[in-house]
Design a protein around this ligand. Structure first.
Ligand code: SAH
Length: 466
């Protein structure tokens, strides 16, 4: 992060604005909206800016900037068209450790002003750190569309009840749960449709019932697929639950970028598994899920890809079902789909592959005991998970069972992440290529005629846009 995002309280505080043109007007409007006491210095001031100052009871000094203008102000914005003046103000303000912004000159600023989506008291600030104003604007438009105008009213309504809820429900977790229950219920809908009275009555009645006889907290487990790596491939449901969880058990395959999206104060446990090296045995994970849920917590079991594809998701929920612990399973994009799309390899194709098979390349005890005659068919695509170590054997067996030795093969390492690599070849030479390229797991191996499309399609493929 190049900048620390913060929200400054400048209500009733004197803020200095130097400049009297259109840019100064925009900044004055913004400062006034945040409740600042405006102090404006400029030899010439346009009429509408003068009117704004009068309306806001600001002070106008119609003259050139003087050093003493910086006395007793909380913040400085320089919006003059005189470079020397701007630089001078920036230097003086820095010397005094005063936060200073020189409009459109990041090098002279100690803070920059973000683009804003204002649903006060909800405010979203957006910045690309000065790298692309157009991108900032587009992002702002997206957020403007996504956040209903009534969000501010909703926040204000909730804010009005905060003290009472705190007084009524002592326990932090119970209180969080109370708010979540409210927001998951009809409350937002009532506010968004202008029925604030009913919304208030609803909160009142919920508050009445809360805290009396606190029902034993009901824990839950959410078995959620996090997709293959690119955080943009998370489902909306996964994101929502990631933000609602109290505690998270995650796999080695869940990328740090994805983990960042989990609620920051949720407790996090790494229970990753690696080939031939299981730091936390499956049984222990199953037990932990049960124990945490029985404490009444919302437990997120976050797994790479899809939980039901080579993810042992079935075993984890077996125990929960047996013990009557509520759970939800949320599918994720499995590595095969993610890697294939991002590498530009269609898994099926009318001309080349009428079916696709997902195969585990490494089985218990390291023996790959697969149904080779069926796998060696040419009219299908094979996608092999956990296959890197067994690759020499896999290639040998497929050729021995009739697959042509020049059948195309692609090995996709860390697919969909920023470090994705694709190494391609044929059954004959892929092992040597993988060795010379020092390919590391996790990898997906794709075998079939569809792989030959990779070169053509990869050129224009910009799937990962991060
Ligand atoms: N449930 C997961 C698979 C877990 S098995 C899913 O649906 O994707 C673990 C294997 O998945 C790894 O050994 C590797 O073969 C594959 N894999 C997972 N993420 C991957 C990625 N980003 N790139 C390549 N292979 C990946």
């Amino acid at each position: 992060m190049d900048y620390l995002p913060v929200f400054l309280d400048i209500r009733e505080r004197p803020c200095l604005l130097v400049g009297g043109g259109e840019v100064a007007l925009r900044k004055a409007t913004l400062l006034a909206r945040a409740g600042a006491r405006l102090k404006l210095v400029a030899p010439e001031v346009r009429g509408d800016l003068r009117e704004l100052l009068e309306a806001e009871l600001g002070i106008l000094h119609q003259r050139r900037f003087e050093d003493a203008d910086l006395d007793n102000v909380a913040l400085v914005i320089a919006a003059t068209n005189d470079d020397q003046v701007n630089q001078h103000i920036s230097r003086l303000a820095r010397d005094r450790s005063l936060p200073v912004n020189v409009v459109d000159q990041p090098a002279l600023c100690t803070f920059i002003v973000p683009a804003i989506v204002d649903r006060s008291p909800v405010v979203v600030a957006i910045s690309t750190g000065g790298s692309s104003p157009v991108l900032t604007r587009q992002l702002k438009e997206k957020i403007e569309q996504a956040v209903p105008a009534a969000y501010g009213r909703l926040a204000a309504l909730l804010g009005g009840f905060r003290k009472r809820v705190r007084a009524r429900i002592d326990d932090f977790e119970q209180r969080t749960r109370f708010w979540e229950r409210l927001l998951d219920g009809p409350l937002s809908g009532l506010v968004f449709s202008g029925r604030e009275r009913e919304a208030e009555a609803w909160i009142e009645s919920e508050l009445e019932n809360a805290g009396d006889a606190p029902a034993a907290p009901q824990g839950e487990v959410w078995l959620v697929g996090a997709g293959p790596g690119d955080p943009d491939l998370l489902t909306l449901k996964a994101l929502r639950l990631m933000y609602a969880a109290d505690v998270v058990l995650y796999d080695r395959l869940v990328s740090p970028e994805i983990l960042q999206k989990v609620r920051p104060d949720a407790e996090k446990f790494h229970v990753g598994k690696q080939r031939a090296h299981h730091p936390v045995p499956q049984e222990a994970i199953n037990d932990q899920l049960v124990r945490l849920a029985r404490q009444g917590r919302k437990v997120l079991r976050l797994k790479g890809g899809d939980p039901f594809i080579f993810g042992r998701g079935g075993e984890e929920i077996d125990r929960l079902a047996e013990l009557g612990i509520p759970f939800q399973v949320v599918p994720g994009i499995t590595a095969a789909s993610g890697c294939a799309s991002y590498a530009g390899i269609p898994l099926t194709h009318r001309d080349f592959a009428q079916s696709v098979r997902f195969v585990a390349g490494h089985l218990k005890g390291d023996r790959v005991g697969l149904d080779w005659p069926h796998l060696a068919r040419e009219d299908q695509t094979l996608v092999i998970y956990m296959g890197l170590v067994g690759l020499p054997n896999i290639c040998r067996q497929l050729v021995a069972h009739g697959m042509p030795a020049d059948m195309p093969v692609a090995v996709v390492q860390q697919g969909t992440t920023a470090t994705q690599r694709v190494v391609s070849g044929t059954l004959d030479d892929i092992v040597a290529r993988v060795e010379s390229e020092a390919v590391q797991p996790p990898t997906i191996i794709i075998i079939g005629h569809v792989v030959s499309l990779h070169r053509e399609l990869a050129w224009f493929n910009v799937s990962r846009d991060a």
